[in-house]
Design a protein around this ligand. Structure first.
Ligand code: CA
Length: 197
């Protein structure tokens, strides 16, 4: 998919309007996902011998059914119950995929004992009903551990699901997030169309 877009960018750079036009409506499934932040997370680091400033070290894993080690993930934010990531992902979406699961994990690698990571909870991301536009969400986290009293843990993210290259281009040209499209190919095509086929 990313190769197709790259090729399209090359057609645009070569000034080949016919090939650009033919490729615009070719079908694809591509998701731009930006994981902004989480709020009010439970503290999975508490209860050990030394508490001090040791808090949950959270990262988010984007699960589309692959093995965990193949899934994209954010960096770990250490000792923070309101972590901010602001990380972007560009994902090829196979036709049979109905949703993604955003999994929140506590990375325990700084502790002396215990398992390497511990589940905090998850959020289901249904992207198919929102094709062709930016969607911004603040979703309740389905916790797998007890929450802190009086808190409602949330995960904030935004996404754009494109089912055609034309949609990707419209996103690029009318983007609310100018930095959210790390695709040179699309930029070339956009510039090409602005100058006229
Ligand atoms: Ca910690």
């Amino acid at each position: 998919m990313k190769n197709d877009i790259h090729k399209l960018g090359e057609f645009a750079d070569q000034g080949d309007g016919k090939k650009v036009g033919e490729s615009l409506d070719s079908l694809l499934g591509m998701l731009l996902l930006k994981i902004d932040k989480a709020c009010e997370l439970p503290n999975l680091a508490s209860g050990v011998v030394f508490e001090g400033n040791d808090l949950t070290d959270c990262y988010v894993l984007v699960n589309s059914g692959q093995r965990p080690r193949d899934c994209p993930k954010t960096r770990v934010i250490k000792d923070d119950l309101d972590p901010i990531w602001n990380e972007e992902f560009l994902l090829d979406i196979p036709p049979e995929l109905t949703h993604l699961t955003l999994e929140l994990w506590d990375c325990n690698s700084d502790q002396w004992t215990g398992s390497k990571r511990e589940s905090i909870g998850s959020v289901r991301l249904d992207f198919r009903s929102h094709a062709g536009r930016w969607v911004q969400k603040r979703a309740a986290v389905n916790l797998t551990v007890p929450g802190r009293k009086g808190t409602k843990p949330t995960l904030e993210y935004r996404f754009f699901f494109a089912t055609s290259i034309r949609q990707l281009m419209e996103m690029e040209m009318g983007s609310i997030e100018p930095d959210a499209a790390p695709m040179e190919g699309i930029r070339s095509v956009s510039a090409f169309l602005r100058d006229g086929i």
